[in-house]
Design a protein around this ligand. Structure first.
Ligand SMILES: Nc1ncnc2c1ncn2[C@@H]1O[C@H](COP(=O)(O)OP(=O)(O)OP(=O)(O)O)[C@@H](O)[C@H]1O
Length: 257
């Protein structure tokens, strides 16, 4: 079953094509990563696919329905979106911020049902936040706060998770932890699409890589099929070695090409 269908999406600003005729489909389950250099259009494509930007051409369908026509609450129950720029100015406790992820289910803070509380506890546990529940979010480190945002997105238990650089602030342990968590979620039927900059993690954890360059999708397939030294040179301008090891596909970046 197709969960998300992006068909010929294009977006222009300042007389420039930021996304140009991009098409992809996501089925049930699977961990897909959107990769590409800075400014290649990944965030813009995510926002188009979510119906948050109006395309110059093309359509985005969620389970066959036009994404932009869906009421906000229905969309939030179907898609958890973890945007790139995240800030929290107020000193709320961690648990209350994670609870915001239940809002689309009617679970406002202060009137949470048992199912809401269970989803919140599970999301905090999955993100390594046990013991942080009552900490004010303005006292957290950047990495701890990033995990709170991920937990908030997970608490909604939406079938589709779209995340924009969710692990940028995390140390290697938590980067792997979150990638492993996303993979586990995708194995249990949730569809995960994430922008990731770390090509080593992309090679190790993704089922599928969608490569962007200059606003266009230039490759789409498994890491084994698409992650080649030639493509890394072409798309990212780096000299790299890609090899299959006992731990999976490994990418060694030697430097700028
Ligand atoms: N509203 C806008 N008006 C003009 N230019 C824009 C607008 N939104 C994005 N851009 C430009 O479009 C290009 C693509 O931006 P986008 O954020 O989609 O890239 P990205 O691949 O997500 O980049 P990064 O990896 O740096 O986060 C960038 O050059 C950006 O400056």
């Amino acid at each position: 079953m197709t969960i998300l269908s992006a068909m010929g999406l294009s977006y222009r600003a300042d007389e420039r094509a930021l996304v140009d005729n991009a098409s992809f489909q996501l089925g049930e389950g699977g961990f897909t990563m959107l990769i590409g250099p800075n400014g290649s259009g990944k965030t813009t494509l995510l926002r188009l696919a979510l119906g948050l930007l109006r395309p110059a051409a093309g359509r985005a369908l969620l389970c066959g329905k036009d994404m932009s026509a869906l009421p906000a609450a229905a969309r939030a129950r179907s898609v958890a979106y973890l945007p790139q720029g995240r800030s929290l100015a107020w000193p709320q406790p961690v648990r209350d911020v994670v609870a915001l992820g239940r809002f689309a289910h009617g679970g406002a803070v202060g009137q949470l049902a048992a199912a809401d509380r269970q989803a919140i506890e599970m999301a905090m546990q999955d993100c390594g936040l046990t013991g942080f529940e009552n900490r004010a979010v303005d006292t957290l480190s950047g990495g701890e706060l990033a995990r709170v945002h991920i937990a908030r997105a997970l608490a909604g238990q939406a079938p589709l998770l779209m995340a924009d650089e969710p692990i940028a602030a995390l140390d290697p342990h938590y980067q792997h932890d979150v990638m492993q968590l996303f993979r586990t979620l995708s194995r249990s039927g949730r569809t995960v699409l994430s922008v990731v900059h770390d090509l080593g993690l992309a090679a190790l954890y993704a089922d599928r890589l969608i490569w962007m360059q200059g606003g266009r999708i230039v490759a789409d397939g498994s890491p084994a099929d698409t992650m080649t030294a030639a493509r890394l040179r072409d798309v990212f301008g780096v000299s790299a070695e890609v090899r299959q090891t006992a731990h999976g596909l490994q990418v060694d970046i030697h430097g700028a090409a």
